[in-house]
Ligand binder design. Structure first.
Ligand code: FES
Ligand SMILES: [Fe+2]
Length: 446
């Protein structure tokens, strides 16, 4: 692991697909617009990593199922009789018809709409028409659904299409210990939005991998977060994941009035029984006292996991980028998950999701989402948004606007490739990891 902000960016020499087999990639526009590079990513990145397929509470009972579309792949996850979850490729083993259309449902068996083959919840083929008419023998119990690896962690259903993959805990590495502390599996998913965005999935994840854009793209955040990279810890792990620990509950020194108790900070102080007036002129002292107040009051407010949290986790956002496309930001009682995944056919588009999780504290009926948006503490249904017609959240809207603008820039022959700051080194790590996956995958085939 490498720690601290000023990690020098690694400069590579090559680009595009040649870059994929070099030790370090220049981050050129081709990576964002090339169908060939998109296919390499599909084969050697997405098909080889652990992906979040679903929120486990979405399929609580036996026979509940949910489908996750990832590029051209479709994965079916099903709650089993024993309470576990199994995952399968969503394809009939007779002649390849898509087995389940739609996002979710409940069933006793899966029946193919073409010739009526039927599969049990555990994937076993249990009925076919004219079973005696197969020269190779009755396929029942033999041509079962193609099962893939599936595990539950932190309230999420995870799958990996690579049957030889490492266990999920090994894939997560350091991230698992950090996020185990929040008891996310007991949280409620209060927001779940999905939208197609006109940019490559990496444009969005690049954005997740740097905070250099905060003062310019999200100037509002300086009221409550110390957005100076020199005061922020960046951790880059050998697993390919990374973590940013930015101080929260403190105005940035870049803010117009860093010693003044502004509205969001006053609200947080009041929420935890502290008097905002007592901190006027010394707003920087609030963070430590809020941590102490949360430490004292958390358990009686039914935040039973607070004793497990580090002091910093009580006030600061712990922002983790999970390779390849997921970003999780935990802030003591609320967790945001954003992710960008490839479009099935077009490298200039992606599928973006925004999830909001909240801890069910004592008496909590509404929880904060993005600024100005509170929502009920109840499991939310999936909300498909047409990009540009409705908001995906105040902060996400700002990020998606610039990611879409970048995609326009990537069409320009005048763009030579990214030129990174030290504090953007997580972007370099991200692209190098993609290249490593492709290089490893290609090497195995030769
Ligand atoms: S393709 Fe499914 S039963 Fe024939
Ligand atoms: Fe952002």
């Amino acid at each position: 692991m490498t720690e601290h902000a000023n990690i020098p960016a690694i400069k590579g020499q090559n680009n595009l697909i040649a870059g994929a087999i070099s030790p370090s990639a220049d981050i050129t526009r081709d990576r964002y617009i090339s169908p060939d590079f998109m296919q390499l990513e599909a084969d050697y990145v997405w098909a080889k990593v652990w992906n979040i397929g679903s929120w486990a509470a979405e399929i609580p009972d036996t026979g509940d199922y949910v489908v996750h579309q990832l590029g051209k792949d479709s994965i079916l996850m099903v709650r089993q009789v024993d309470g576990g979850v199994k995952a399968f490729h969503n394809v009939c083993t007779h002649r390849g018809n898509r087995l389940i259309y739609g996002d979710m449902g409940t069933t006793e068996k899966f029946a193919c709409s073409y010739h009526g083959w039927q599969y049990e919840l555990d994937g076993t083929l249990s009925f076919v028409q004219d079973a005696e008419d197969f020269p190779l023998g009755n396929p029942c119990g033999v041509r079962n659904l193609a099962e893939i690896r599936c595990e539950l962690w932190a309230g999420f259903v995870w799958y990996n299409m690579d049957v030889d993959c490492e266990p999920l805990a090994d894939f997560l590495g350091e991230v698992k210990e950090i996020f185990d502390r929040y008891d996310m599996d007991k949280m409620v998913r209060v927001g779940y939005q999905v939208a197609e965005i006109p940019c490559n999935w990496k444009s969005i994840h690049d954005n997740f991998c740097e905070s250099y854009h905060l003062p310019t793209t999200h100037p509002e955040l300086s009221e409550f977060f110390d957005d100076d990279y020199k005061n922020t810890i960046f951790e880059l792990y050998d697993t390919g994941h990374n973590l940013m620990r930015m101080k929260g509950a403190v105005p940035s020194k870049r803010d117009d009035a860093p010693d003044h108790v502004n509205e969001p900070l006053a609200a947080e102080l009041k929420e935890w029984g502290l008097d905002p007036m007592a901190f006027e002129g010394r707003a920087g002292d609030a963070r430590g006292e809020i941590q102490q107040a949360k430490r004292a009051l958390g358990p009686e407010r039914k935040y039973d996991y607070f004793p497990q949290l580090l002091d910093e986790q009580l006030t600061d956002p712990f922002h983790c980028n999970l390779f390849p496309g997921t970003s999780i930001t935990a802030q003591a009682t609320v967790v945001g998950l954003q992710r960008a995944e490839p479009h099935p056919t077009d490298p200039n588009k992606c599928i973006y999701e925004n999830w909001s999780l909240a801890a069910p504290g004592d008496g909590v009926v509404r929880v904060p989402n993005t600024p100005g948006d509170h929502r009920p503490l109840a499991e939310a249904e999936r909300h498909d948004v047409i990009y540009g017609e409705a908001s995906l959240g105040f902060i996400p809207d700002q990020d998606l606007r610039v990611a879409s603008g970048q995609q326009l820039g990537f069409q320009s022959r005048g763009f030579e490739g990214a030129y990174l700051t030290g504090q953007e080194s997580r972007i370099q790590q991200f692209h190098d990891r993609i290249n490593e996956c492709i290089r490893t995958g290609l090497a195995k085939e030769t």
